[in-house]
Design a protein around this ligand. Structure first.
Ligand SMILES: O=P(O)(O)OC[C@H]1O[C@H](O[C@H]2O[C@H](CO)[C@@H](O)[C@H](O)[C@H]2O)[C@H](O)[C@@H](O)[C@@H]1O
Ligand SMILES: O=c1ccn([C@@H]2O[C@H](COP(=O)(O)OP(=O)(O)O)[C@@H](O)[C@H]2O)c(=O)[nH]1
Length: 458
């Protein structure tokens, strides 16, 4: 079996005892790396200031070597905050209005990809399989090929891929499309993302879709596929069950006694539809007087990418909105919305999901949305809650037992909340059972194995 080399912007180092367990993606990648032996390379998350970054920091644990690089302050600004998170992220989430193009940032993005390639190349062996993750590193394969590398290289995009009319508003879309053609396998989250990608190639006359999922463009033939990422379903269900004894979860349970709990968990990101969701909750309460003082909506929202102006602005918008809605509909003995701006460890999160009658997951656009899957996995089979899910999350392609909503339709989402709260046990169990069966079969280990099997076969 060939050695595996994973490259991603963020790297999850092995957990120290006492740390909260890593997310499913990290667990699955670490397992694949451990089995084959391998390297996981990425950004350390640190800046070297104006100085040239020090050589790669290497640490080996078992069969895995972690190779981390710092980036200069300018690199972080141009590559990560600038192009990745102010151009590619909004464009891929259909937010043309928020994309801020700048030649400097574009150049920084390609420069950092070249820098990654030059740091990675000396570590590689001829028969290594390389698996690159996400939008930060699209041009990496092209850079490696330029250096003469012939290895199998796969790419997985964790976020959506938009239709041609959206993508082509981005000045360097050709370079980005060309970058993907240097991989042997390009994986997306859903069939829709893959169709958008292949459709864009064909429509613009820069490529063709061949038999067997093969694509050809810019003189290269490669495979395209969709691989919906899963979670560590069985382990997550286990955390949720065990969390009943956790002090924080017990306190939360006591504090909502006699009320139905609705839960939302999202990074503070405009793609997650948090403001529309707060509007929908307000509408639900106003149009269902019988539920006054009978529901609590817990929104857990850790800060994210705060250096990017749109995110910084959102912190204020959401906090103000939560305060305004509480002011408008709350009473002396009822605070309808609890808004938390901190990250909660996954075992506690699992327990909170299990307490909630409704999991409210309403992104305006999302690659997958693991929270939706975790909410389902955490439920008590005897008394499961209801998932209210945006049709624009990748997860909606799989979780057909959810109440699917259009998050832009505030009244529609409010109606789905009401329907979920009033849903009879039998229907809840039937819907949950279908989703859980799917999640157990399509867990994150299967996702990892499917991708690597197809990459190996290219
Ligand atoms: O690294 P950050 O800038 O702090 O952002 C966190 C991660 O956000 C994105 O997550 C995506 O991947 C999930 C797993 O496949 C998927 O469920 C979700 O829909 C996506 O938004 C991003 O793609 C990651 O690279 C970031 O690390
Ligand atoms: O306070 C929090 C909020 C979120 N998460 C985790 O962060 C991930 C979010 O993934 P998702 O795909 O939903 O969205 P992303 O943030 O990757 O866009 C999930 O595994 C959550 O359990 C967490 O551990 N603590």
């Amino acid at each position: 079996m060939s050695r595996l080399v994973v490259v991603s912007n963020r790297v999850t180092l092995p957990q120290k005892s006492g740390d909260a367990p890593a997310g499913g993606l990290a667990v699955a990648l670490q397992a694949a790396l451990e089995e084959r032996g391998g390297i996981w390379m990425g950004w350390s998350g640190k800046s070297s200031g104006a100085k040239e970054p020090a050589p790669l920091a290497m640490q080996t644990h078992g069969n895995i070597t972690y190779a981390l690089t710092d980036l200069t302050k300018t690199d972080v600004e141009e590559y990560y905050h600038g192009f990745a998170n102010r151009v590619l992220w909004p464009i891929c989430h259909y937010r043309l209005d928020l994309a801020e193009y700048g030649r400097k940032e574009m150049a920084g993005y390609f420069r950092v990809n070249r820098f990654f390639a030059h740091r990675l190349a000396p570590l590689l062996r001829e028969d290594d399989i390389i698996w690159v993750h996400d939008y930060h590193l699209i041009p990496l394969a092209a850079e490696l090929r330029q250096m003469g590398l012939k290895n199998r290289i796969g790419f997985f995009l964790h976020i959506p891929w938009p239709p041609a009319d959206v993508l082509f508003t981005m000045p360097v879309h050709e370079e980005i499309m060309k970058g993907l053609s240097h991989y042997d396998l390009v994986g997306f989250q859903t069939d829709h993302d893959l169709a958008n990608f292949a459709g864009g190639l064909v429509r613009e006359g820069i490529g063709e879709a061949l038999e067997g999922g093969k694509l050809t463009s810019y003189g290269r033939t490669f495979k395209g596929g969709f691989y919906p990422i899963g979670i560590e379903t069985a382990a997550f269900a286990d955390y949720a069950k065990k969390a009943a004894t956790n002090l924080i979860v017990r306190k939360a349970k006591q504090s909502v006694e006699g009320r139905d709990l609705i839960i939302g968990v999202d990074r503070l990101d405009y793609s997650k539809g948090i403001t529309q969701r707060l509007d929908a909750f307000e509408h639900f309460v106003k149009s269902n007087p019988g539920h006054h003082n009978r529901v609590t909506y817990l929104q857990i929202t850790p800060k994210s990418r705060s250096e990017v102006p749109e995110y910084e602005q959102m912190q204020r918008t959401v906090a103000e909105q939560a305060g305004r809605v509480n002011g408008a509909i709350g009473t002396v003995d009822w605070v309808p919305i609890r808004y938390i701006n901190r990250s909660i460890g996954r075992p506690v999160l699992a327990g909170l999901y299990r307490l909630a009658r409704i999991g409210l997951v309403t992104p305006l656009r999302d690659g997958m949305n693991l929270v939706a899957k975790e909410y389902v996995a955490a439920q008590d089979p005897e008394n499961p809650g209801v998932l209210v899910l945006s049709r624009f999350a990748g997860a909606a392609r799989e979780l057909r037992g959810a109440l699917l909503v259009n998050p832009y339709d505030i009244e529609g989402t409010a109606n789905a909340i009401a329907r979920g709260i009033n849903m009879p046990l039998e229907e809840r169990q039937e819907r949950w059972g279908r989703m859980m069966e799917h999640l157990l079969e399509h867990d994150v280990t299967r996702w990892c194995n499917d991708f690597l099997r197809d990459l190996t076969a290219t």
